[in-house]
Design a protein around this ligand. Structure first.
Ligand code: G
Ligand code: G
Ligand code: NA
Ligand code: MN
Length: 254
C-alpha cells in the first residue's frame, strides 16, 4: 500500500498518537520534562513508529499538517499536566525543516501557546544538527523569531551531523542533546567517552544545557553523573509511553 495515501487517510481520521519519554535530572533523578514522539495507530497495520512514515511525510509536505497536530496535541497535554500535576515540567517537540520553512509556523505556534495558556519557556523545539546545515539564513531567522517568542531551542542528535562548532554560537540554542550513539558505548569506547566529556564541558562554557540521549544502564548513568551532565533520557529511566501511563507513572504523587 502507498504510504502517502495511508498518511492522508490517517491525518483525516485522527489515527496519530503522541507517546512521551520522560527526561530526568541526572543529579537528583527527578523528572524535569518529556519528549513527545509521534506514533501512528493504524486499524489494519497496527502501531507504527516514525521510522516507517516520517520520511514520506517530509517528502510529501504532509509533515506540515502532521506537525501542527503534534504541536496542538502536545500543548493540550502539557496544559493539562501543568494544571493538575506539575507546573514545572517542560515539553520537547521535534520539528522538521519543512515546518520551519512554512511561513505560518511561528504564528500558528504563538496562537496555540496562547490558546492553551502555556508559557513559551516550557516548550522546547528540537531541531536536528543536519537541519542547521541546510537553509541556514532562513532557519536562523525563524529561530530568532522563536527565541523572541520565548521558546527554548535544542539541537538534536548532536554529533551525528557535520556541523562546525561555530554553529553553536551562530544559532540561538539553549539545549544540546548528545546523540545516543555516543552514550551507548561510553563505558567501552574511550574516544566516545572523551567526546561526550568534552561536549559537556564546552556546552557549559557556551551556556548550553545538555541532555544525553539513550541512557540504558546504571553504569552509563554513573559515568554521565561524574561528567556533570545535567539531564538524560533513555530506556534506563523509561521508554516512550502513552500519555495516561506517563501521568500515572511520573506525575501522580510519584
Ligand atoms: O520514537 P522513535 O524513536 O521511533 O522516533 C524516531 C525519530 O522520529 C525521532 O528521532 C524523531 O527525530 C522522529 N520523530 C518522532 N516524533 C516526531 C515528530 O512529532 N515530528 C518530527 N518531525 N519527527 C519526529
Ligand atoms: O531522533 P530522536 O533523538 O528524537 O529519537 C528519539 C528516539 O530514540 C525515539 O524513537 C526513542 O524511541 C529512541 N530511544 C529513546 N531512548 C532510547 C534508548 O535508551 N535506547 C534506544 N536504543 N533508543 C532510545
Ligand atoms: Na528528538
Ligand atoms: Mn535525538
Amino acid at each position: 500500500v502507498n504510504t502517502e495515501s495511508m498518511l492522508r487517510e490517517s491525518i483525516q481520521n485522527g489515527y496519530f498518537e503522541l507517546y512521551y519519554q520522560p527526561v530526568f535530572a541526572m543529579g537528583t533523578q527527578r523528572i524535569v520534562g518529556a519528549e513527545a514522539l509521534v506514533r501512528l495507530r493504524h486499524p489494519e497495520r497496527g502501531l507504527l513508529a516514525p521510522g516507517e512514515f516520517i520520511d514520506v511525510a517530509e517528502d510529501t509536505g504532509l509533515i506540515v499538517q502532521l506537525g501542527e497536530w503534534v504541536l496542538e496535541e502536545g500543548l493540550r497535554q502539557l496544559s493539562f499536566w501543568h494544571r493538575d500535576y506539575d507546573s514545572s515540567i517542560y515539553l520537547s517537540i521535534n520539528v522538521s525543516s519543512k515546518q520551519l520553512q512554512d511561513n505560518r509556523f511561528v504564528r500558528t505556534l504563538e496562537m496555540m501557546l496562547s490558546r492553551y495558556r502555556i508559557k513559551p519557556g516550557f516548550l522546547i523545539l528540537e531541531i536536528t544538527e543536519t537541519m542547521l546545515m541546510h537553509n541556514t539564513d532562513h532557519t536562523l531567522e525563524v529561530m530568532n523569531r522563536l527565541k523572541r517568542l520565548g521558546c527554548l531551542l535544542s539541537i538534536d542528535d548532536f554529533g551525528t551531523g557535520y556541523s562546525s562548532l561555530s554553529y553553536l554560537q551562530k544559532f540561538p540554542l539553549d539545549i544540546l542533546k548528545i546523540d545516543r550513539s555516543f552514550v551507548t558505548d561510553i563505558d567501552t569506547n574511550s574516544t566516545h567517552n572523551a567526546l561526550v566529556s568534552a561536549i559537556i564541558t564546552m556546552s557549559k562554557a557556551l551556556n548550553l544545557r545538555v541532555i544525553c540521549e539513550g541512557v540504558e544502564t546504571e553504569q552509563q548513568l554513573e559515568t554521565l553523573q561524574n561528567m556533570r551532565c545535567q539531564m538524560g533520557q533513555g530506556y534506563y529511566f523509561s521508554k516512550p509511553i502513552p500519555a495516561d501511563q506517563f501521568t500515572l507513572g511520573y506525575l501522580c504523587g510519584a
